[in-house]
Each structure stands twice: as C-alpha cells, then as structure tokens.
Design a protein around this ligand. Structure first.
Ligand SMILES: CC(C)(COP(=O)(O)OP(=O)(O)OC[C@H]1O[C@@H](n2cnc3c(N)ncnc32)[C@H](O)[C@@H]1OP(=O)(O)O)[C@@H](O)C(=O)NCCC(=O)NCCS
Length: 403
C-alpha cells in the first residue's frame, strides 16, 4: 500500500507590512476594532513586481530545499489560488517553467480558502493510486490586488503570501491519512468577486462600481464557518481512527481568531494545541494553511509522527479537511542543495531556449495555417478588422526576477 508523506515545506511573505494603524489612516476603522473582532494586527502586502507566481516560486524553492528534492523529480504541481496571474495559462505552469520541472503536469485549483486542502487531497490521492510519486502543492494569493481599499468591512481582513509542501510516495504508513472535500454553491453570493469572468467581463462601468473586487457578507460567512469547521475536523479524525485528545496540532484556516477559538472549544482541543498566526498575516486565503504548517514545522511545534488536523473553508462555499501524520524530515546533503540551486539557473536558460526554438521552428517551417486573428483592436486599428496575433510575449518583470 502507498502512502503520501509531506517531506518538505516552505513559505514566502512579501516584505511590506501593513499595520492596523496604517489602515485606520485609509478607512474609518481602528486598531482596537480590528484586533477585537478578528485577532489581526498586521498583514503583508505584495510589492508591485510580486505576483502569485513569483511568491509561489519562492515558497516552492524553500519546500524543495527542505525536502532535498530536485524539480526534475516532480510529477505534479498544483497551485491553489483565487488570484492567479492570468485567467489562463495556469499559474502552476509559470511555476513549472521557473523551476524547470520538466516531467511535471501543472494546473491551478480554484476552491478559494479551501484550495490548499483540496489540492493536497488531489495530490495525495494520485500518489496513493500509484499515478505520481512526487508532487508540489502550493497555496498562494495576491489578494491585495482584488480588494476594495475603500471598503472597511473587507480590506482589514486579508493579506498576501504563499506556502508550499512537497509530497512523496512511500510504503511506510503515515502522511495524509484521510481527507474530506465539501461544497455548497447555494452560498456562492456570500463571498464573491462578481466581475472579470465571462458572466460580467470588465467594462468601465464594472470598474467604476468596483465589481472586480471582493464582496462579502461577513456575518453569513462567519455563521457558515462556525458551523462547518469543527464538524469537518471531527469527520477526518473519525476516518483516521483518532479521538480529539490524540490530536497534537490543529491547524485551521486563519480567517478570524474568534472562529478558531469557538471551533477549538467545540472540538475540546485546548488552544495550546491550536496553531494561530492570523495576528501577523491576516487571512491569506489558500496560502494560510501551508504558511501555518511551514511555521509550525520551523518552530518545532510539529514533530515526527505528530497527528495534525487541517481544515479550510471559504468562498464557494467550500470546506475541506485532512488528517495527517507528520513525517520524518529528509536528510538534505549540501551537494544536492548546490546542484538544485544551479538547476534553477538552468531552468531560466531552458525556458528561453524553448521559446527561441519555437520561434525558429515557426520561421523555418511555418504553421501552414492562415494567420491567427484576434478581436482585440490594436492602437489605431478599426474594430472588427482582422489582426495578426502578437508573438509570444516576453516573461513579465516578476517572472523574470523569480528566475
Ligand atoms: C467581518 C467580521 C470581522 C465583522 O465582524 P462582526 O462582529 O460580524 O461585525 P458586523 O459585521 O456585525 O459589524 C459591526 C459593526 O462594525 C462596523 N464595521 C465593519 N467593519 C469595520 C471596520 N473595519 N472597522 C470598524 N467598524 C467596522 C459595521 O459597519 C457595523 O456597524 P453598524 O453596527 O453600525 O452597522 C466578521 O463578520 C467575520 O470575520 N466574518 C467572517 C469573514 C471571513 O472569515 N471571511 C473569509 C472567509 S474565508
């Protein structure tokens, strides 16, 4: 029988820290209100050159280093995010390219704040079924780009960041032992970015009405979270054959300290066994659980064979949980670390070479098809005119920097 073990972890937080007092200078709020109602003191905000892909790449490299795994060993990369760099291609493909993970499939997973637990479950299932051996699972968000900074009921809650884990197959029992995935789309309007998809494409009116930003019914989401958090934890505990007093660490999605405390009470788990870092980062959506796992492992709060419960909940509505037996850290050799560092440099060269080769092939052999067209008018061109599709664009500044 195959098991899926977490053998590496990493995180990335942007340098810029925004305090509650900073927010109080922007909207009608106060440090006291935010701390009392949410437990948040600060959050990290991405710099202009940072994106979900660049933060994912940084967290992924840290996780690969910790695992002693080189990108060429990866079979699968999943990025859980609600704030991808583009509608397509998937952010996971940008990560695959920057890492030089030549043998990996890559896709994004959209389940909002539950996304990381959904992705972990997908990757673990693939490993347990024998279809993959090594997988990289990332939760990453640049929520600061979809927040309405004039809406005090939402802008105080969220932050940016990324966390990643490396999963590997083994015959040794342990790792991800049970999972639960659930959804209730009847609550889809409670936490939503209404525009920017095909239902409401971006127009000047949409932008003026801020429909491209996050909208939330805070009270209803609070009620939903309080309902599902302890039930989901109980269900995965039961499936893993554990009782709540056997759990060593409870790592819930970091959305609101009051929600976390009431779930811990309902589960009869003392707060010493609950991991909380919401104070520093706010709600980083899909990134919150992998960031918390990385911090718990780094600070020694997670030890070999510890029993961990993780639970995510959020837009969709979605919720998801997993019971994990924490695995033995890998012995990482210095020489493999150096080789891996060199491989990141080579990944950039490989990527540029592949782009060049594609252009050369196009010049030498042509596509044989009529020139592709686009409906997007270029400067000065009349609407409806046929236009040649621009050639493959150069990597963005952030992608280039990440390489
Ligand atoms: C958003 C949340 C913190 C609001 O806390 P709350 O105790 O429910 O507060 P309410 O919505 O009842 O609002 C209470 C008052 O505070 C005001 N208020 C809202 N945001 C405020 C802010 N940032 N600063 C000061 N006052 C604020 C409201 O306008 C309201 O005023 P009113 O009574 O005059 O109408 C809370 O509902 C919550 O955490 N919900 C879950 C959100 C979440 O986790 N989302 C992500 C899920 S992944």
């Amino acid at each position: 029988m195959r098991y899926a073990h977490i053998i590496g972890w990493g995180k990335y937080l942007p340098q810029r820290v925004m305090t509650n007092d900073d927010l109080a200078r922007m909207v009608d709020t106060s440090d006291g209100w935010i701390r009392e109602r949410t437990g948040i003191r600060t959050r990290h905000i991405a710099a202009d050159h940072e994106t979900t892909a660049s933060m994912s790449i940084a967290a992924a490299r840290a996780a690969l280093d910790r695992a002693g795994v080189s990108p060429s060993e990866l079979d699968l990369i999943i990025v859980a995010t609600a704030t991808p760099d583009h509608i397509f291609p998937a952010t996971a493909c940008l990560v695959q390219d920057a890492l030089g993970a030549a043998h990996a499939g890559a896709f994004d997973l959209s389940a909002a704040c539950s996304g990381f637990v959904y992705a972990l479950s997908m990757a673990a299932d693939r490993i347990r079924a024998g279809n993959a051996n090594t997988a990289l699972v990332i939760g990453a968000e640049t929520l600061s780009r979809i927040i309405n900074w004039n809406d005090r009921s939402t802008c105080v809650l969220f932050g940016d960041g990324a966390g990643a884990v490396v999963l590997q197959g083994s015959d040794q029992p342990g790792g991800v032992l049970s999972t639960l995935l659930r959804a209730d789309g009847s609550g889809s309007d409670l936490l939503i970015v209404p525009a920017g998809g095909c239902k409401l494409p971006l127009t000047l009116e949409v932008l003026t009405r801020q429909l491209h930003t996050l909208h939330m019914n805070g009270r209803e989401v609070y009620r939903f979270a309080s309902r599902v958090l302890d039930r989901a934890a109980r269900e995965v505990m039961h499936k893993a054959g554990w009782t709540s007093d056997q759990v060593d660490l409870f790592v819930p999605h970091q959305a609101n300290l009051r929600i976390i405390e009431s779930a811990a009470r309902a589960l009869n788990i003392p707060m010493e066994k609950v991991f909380c870092n919401i104070e520093h980062y706010g709600n980083t959506s899909a990134a919150s659980i992998p960031i918390a796992l990385a911090e718990a492992a780094e600070s020694g709060r997670l030890r070999v064979r510890d029993r961990v419960i993780i639970v995510g909940f959020g837009a969709g509505l979605t919720w998801a949980a997993a019971a994990i037996e924490w695995s033995e850290p890998q012995a990482v050799s210095r020489s493999r670390w150096v080789l891996r560092r060199m491989s990141y440099g080579l990944a950039g060269v490989r990527s540029r070479a592949r782009r060049l080769l594609r252009r050369l092939e196009d010049r030498l052999f042509g596509s044989g098809d009529p020139p592709p067209t686009t409906l997007i008018p270029k400067n000065g061109a009349a609407q409806g005119e046929r236009h040649s599709t621009p050639s493959v664009s150069e990597p963005s500044q952030a992608e280039a920097q990440a390489r």
